[in-house]
Design a protein around this ligand. Structure first.
Ligand code: NDP
Length: 237
């Protein structure tokens, strides 16, 4: 546990799954936490009530709304960009508008949110983006857009680490393997195939990812930037 008392944390996409675990973790560690949601207002309301965090409706596919939300949050000590979607299917059949929306949520939002946060972020600030082991390894067909979007985050971290490092701001990517959430339930139809790729044959827990995020946001990680941090039971090994 790290003491985040008086630290200001914004989690983009915090209403459910990994994002909600990250919200809970920072609240438990004493931070002032705000998070965004889009499609799950009831889950967001419940989480905000339970934790004392603040929920904002902000669609991560809307660039200007994302920038405004980050700007209006004031100086952030920690920005976590968690919102992300996956689309499965035959690349030849997929709707190009849906694919472009995925890129807006998974790639454009992390870029613009990170840059906007850095405008006001103090020295010691932390930017953490949730990528995926699929940024390194995509062993299945039908997910090229998702893999592309998560690989793109690697370039984001490498580049912005150079831009913001001199100001004492770090940026890192957390790359989970299969994690038990609505998007990838531990008892889903793909579980045996996914576990066959892994050394630890289970889904991870959202809290395990939140623990890595908290470490990256804390004082021990001040020398860690521009890097990918994989937490995947060796899915990508
Ligand atoms: P879930 O689908 O369970 O939750 C997604 C979260 O992102 C929700 O809080 C959702 O909020 C939010 N979100 C999605 N789209 C938008 C949007 N347009 N605007 C605002 N918020 C949005 O996913 P996970 O928790 O499983 O995944 C979280 C992140 O982790 C994603 O980036 C995903 O790619 C990544 N990841 C997940 C893995 C897994 O196995 N679960 C593995 C590797 C990476 P709302 O419902 O309110 O819109």
């Amino acid at each position: 546990m790290t003491d985040f008392t008086n630290k200001s944390v914004l989690v983009l996409g915090g209403s459910r799954g990994i994002g909600a675990a990250i919200v809970r973790r920072f609240v438990a560690d004493g931070a002032n936490v705000a998070f965004t949601y889009s499609g799950s207002p009831e889950a967001a309301r419940q989480l905000a009530t339970e934790t004392g965090s603040t929920a904002f409706s902000t669609d991560s596919a809307d660039r200007d709304a994302v920038i405004a939300r980050v700007r209006d949050s004031g100086p952030l000590d920690v920005l976590v960009v968690n919102s992300g979607i996956a689309l499965f299917g035959d690349a030849l059949e997929q709707d190009p508008d849906a694919i472009d929306r995925l890129f807006r949520i998974n790639v454009h939002a992390p870029y613009h949110a990170s840059v906007e946060a850095a405008r006001q972020m103090p020295a010691g600030g932390r930017i953490i983006v949730i990528g995926s082991v699929n940024g390194d390894r995509m062993p299945l067909p039908g997910m090229a857009s998702y893999a592309l979007s998560k690989s793109a985050l690697q370039g984001l971290a490498r580049g912005l680490a150079r831009d913001f490092g001199p100001r004492g701001i770090t940026i890192n990517i957390v790359q989970p393997g299969p994690i038990d959430t609505d998007a990838n339930p531990a008892d889903g139809p793909m579980k045996d195939l996914m576990h066959s790729f892994m050394a630890i044959k289970r889904h991870g827990r959202p809290e395990e990812v939140a623990g890595m995020v908290a470490w990256l946001a804390g004082p021990e990680a001040g020398f860690v930037t521009g890097a990918m941090h994989t937490i995947d039971g060796a899915f990508g090994a």
